[in-house]
Design a protein around this ligand. Sequence first.
Ligand SMILES: [Zn+2]
Length: 299
Amino acid sequence: MKLAKSLAVFALALFARFAIAQQDFSKVEIKTEKLSDTVYMMTGAGGNLGLSAGPDAVFLIDDQFAPLTPRIRAAIAKITKKRVKFLLNTHWHFDHVGGNENLGKGGVLIFAHENVRKRMSTEQFIEFLGMKTKPDPKVALPVITFTSGVTFHLNGDEVRAFHVDNAHTDGDTVIHFIKSDVIHMGDTFFNKLYPFIDTSSGGSVDGVIAAADRVLAMAGDKTRIIPGHGPLGNKADLKAYRDMLATVSAGIKDQIKAGRKLEEVVASKPSAQFDDAWGKGFLPPEKFVTMLYGNLVKK
Ligand SMILES: [Zn+2]
């Protein structure tokens, strides 16, 4: 009961934050960072965008919130005269797929893991945020779905999109631009912020660590890594993230095995050594620990 209550209180606080964020769209500016001849990272509100623009086609990763579509299109128009042809959703969350309906109506072909389409097609409840979402209209849904991955051959690059199991959700895709040496990790990577892991959508901290290990094995020291949230990162940033998650979750697992209750685990401050570097963003330390406990205790 107590766990449910503290989760509900947190959910309310976070929901209020989202509500505020949604009212501030008029002030959101889409900023573009060039990462290679053809690949860009764009930030605004919600998940970080990835873009490949060149002679063949415009390929976009995620689309933030619906009210931002005109501004995202305007930012892309500064790079290329072509319209977006392909969109890939890294996962189903509202701050990554909010522009799908607008883009779908514009004829953009939408790709995603099959669980993204499943979750977007039906009512969902994100337990930790206390947030219900309605089914999306058909035009917003991915029309091409995959289970393990799909590769795009465009703009002189090979763009390998692959699924990682039960990480931030059960439908995450990581995208590797081989020639450009850029990797977009969606919300399996929050750079310099404690991450949200959506247990009620099939996410797990162990899956996020496994996704980080997989990307660390393919990244070089110069690889640019786009996180779902936070600034552009590199291999060292991802390694620090992976080690932080492994250390904090191992400490919490031990306490769960020893029969400790949520309150006791939070009071022991198992993330203390990381709080200065990671705990000043989206999730403060005690909420991050509460979330991990909720994820790990369910096993
Ligand atoms: Zn997410």
